[in-house]
Each structure stands twice: as C-alpha cells, then as structure tokens.
Design a protein around this ligand. Structure first.
Ligand SMILES: Nc1ncnc2c1ncn2[C@@H]1O[C@H](COP(=O)(O)OP(=O)(O)OP(=O)(O)O)[C@@H](O)[C@H]1O
Length: 285
C-alpha cells in the first residue's frame, strides 16, 4: 500500500494524492429490484442517449451537507456523467474530491440536492474493506444469502450461485470457510453475490486499495469478465490505481466536487500526462 502511495505521488501527484488508509465501513448492499429514476431535481432533462438509455446516468448532480452552524457546504457541484450498458468506467480524482459521495448518490444511498440520477436495476454497491463484505460462514452460503428474498427453488439458487462463482473464478472455493480467504478472494465473493442477484449495475468503491498485486488483478479481471460477458452488466469503479485504467472502457476524473474530464482511455492518459507536466513545471526545479 505504501508502495502504491509513493508510486502515485511521484508519478502523478494531482491524480492520486496521498492514499487514505481509513476505511469506510463496508457492506455489500443490494439495492431495489426495479429500474426507476430518482429525481430530487429542480430541473429534469432527457435521460436518453443517442444510442439508447445509458446504464448509469446523472445530470447536474449537486450534493451539499449542512454544518451545525447551518452553513451549506457543497460536496458535489453540477456533476453529469453517463456510463453505457455493458461497459466498465473508472472514476478517478484526488482524496476528498467527491468520488465516494458521487457513487453513493448513484447508488441511491444519498439523495442529491439537485440533479437527476438514473441507474439500471438491480444494482449493487460494494465497498472497499473486504473483511466486512462477506457475512456467511462459507463461500457458497454467502453468495446464496442475497437470493433469500427472491423465493427461488433450491435448484435455481444452486445454479445461480455456481454461475456467479464461476464468473469470478471462485467456483472451486465454494465450500471454503470465508475466514480462510484472502482479501481479494473475499472481494470476488462479494462481487459474485451481486452477480447471483442478476445485478445490472455494479458500483464499486476502491475495491483494490488493500489488495496485493495478485488479488488486485483477480478482482479487476472478475469485474471486466462480468462486464464483457453477454447480459450487459455495467460497472463504475472508483480507484486511485492508474495501472487499472487498461481495463476501462471510459474514465471520469473529478476535482473539488466537479467532473472535469470524461473520455476514453487515450483521452484520459493525455489528460493525466498534461496534469503531471503542469505540476512538474510549477515545481520550478
Ligand atoms: N457528511 C459529510 N459531512 C461533511 N463533509 C463531508 C460529508 N461527506 C463527505 N464530506 C466531505 O466531502 C468531500 C468528499 O468526500 P468523498 O469521501 O466523497 O471523497 P473521495 O473522493 O471519495 O475521497 P477518497 O479518495 O479519500 O476516498 C470530503 O472533503 C469529505 O470530507
């Protein structure tokens, strides 16, 4: 982790900043079963894109908190984004720029102060700390846990659990006690839980922060495979780790509560290089 922090701060200080070791509490959170539009908006706008409706779409999202003194502090400022169906997009930006808050607004965990949000459902929000993602004693039981609410036959439950574990490369671990898994394996089990529930959208908050290179690769590949397979899973992935960009279909970069860049990976790489050059120029070495 320290290596990552050093690497990022030397490569692109404005991109990674210092990595936070504090972990938000972590649960896998299945969200509502049907697609709806959440709108607390003063203005509504068309949710359709030219290719059809995006899997994740936000328009003019603002989110503010009110201090004890009654002062309104803006956290998200006029954020608009769109993630097409069947794609994996990455959300980057320095510590405290609003990435997690934006993800929570998209997940429906926070109501935007202004703006509109549309996210296909079922959707699932997976947090960063793998130790808090999984709750049942074995891998199989954990993935089956979320299916309890669907009144499925036991055959259907087994079939969904096996398919989901297979999709994240964890089928052979199905009988393993959860506490014997590595951090990355636990993250993959959490993702399998979301896939078993036939999630259409995965909202993933810094899943690889605490993982070593091997587990990091396992988790990102599991997500990429789910997105690439037929069935149209879409994912928005918050990360500080620039090497993960090679798995992305698109990139969003935030600073100080605003989205200041959206584009494909080459566009993002150019943007990041320019930022780094600008930073080095300012050092006056
Ligand atoms: N409930 C709250 N009350 C006050 N400030 C808040 C609240 N929630 C978030 N913030 C502030 O909003 C800003 C954005 O926080 P957020 O966690 O979204 O950033 P982030 O980009 O995910 O950061 P990191 O990369 O460190 O995880 C931070 O300055 C944070 O302190």
């Amino acid at each position: 982790h320290e290596f990552q922090a050093r690497e990022l701060s030397s490569m692109a200080p404005h991109v990674g900043g210092s990595l936070s070791l504090s972990s938000s509490s972590a649960v896998r959170l299945p969200l509502h079963p049907q697609a709806t539009t959440v709108a607390s908006a003063s203005h509504r706008c068309s949710l359709a894109t030219q290719e059809g409706r995006a899997a994740i779409e936000g328009r003019g999202i603002c989110y503010s908190v009110t201090t004890r003194q009654g002062r309104s502090v803006p956290i998200l400022k006029d954020c608009s984004l769109s993630v097409p169906s069947g794609q994996l997009w990455m959300l980057l930006g320095p510590n405290g720029c609003g990435k997690s808050t934006l993800l929570k607004v998209l997940a429906g965990l926070l109501n935007p102060t202004y703006g509109t949000v549309h996210v296909n459902k079922p959707k699932s929000f997976v947090f960063q700390n793998p130790d808090h993602q999984v709750i049942m004693p074995t891998v199989e039981a954990d993935v089956a846990f979320g299916l309890g609410k669907f009144s499925l036959s036991s055959d259907e439950v087994s079939s969904r659990v096996s398919k989901a574990l297979d999709a994240v490369g964890m089928l052979k671990y199905s009988q393993r006690p959860i506490q014997t898994l590595s951090g990355g394996q636990k993250q993959r089990v959490a993702i399998a839980g979301a896939l078993a529930e036939a999630c259409k959208v995965l909202l993933l908050d810094e899943l690889t922060t605490f993982l070593d290179e091997h587990d990091q690769l396992g988790v990102i590949k599991a997500v990429k495979d789910s997105v690439s397979s037929p069935g149209g899973v879409s994912a928005l992935w918050v990360t500080h780790r620039l090497e993960e960009l090679k798995y992305a279909d698109g990139v969003i970069y935030m600073e100080d509560g605003r989205i200041i860049m959206r584009g494909d990976v080459p566009t993002a790489v150019n943007f990041l290089k320019e930022k780094q050059a600008h930073y080095i120029d300012r050092l006056d070495l």
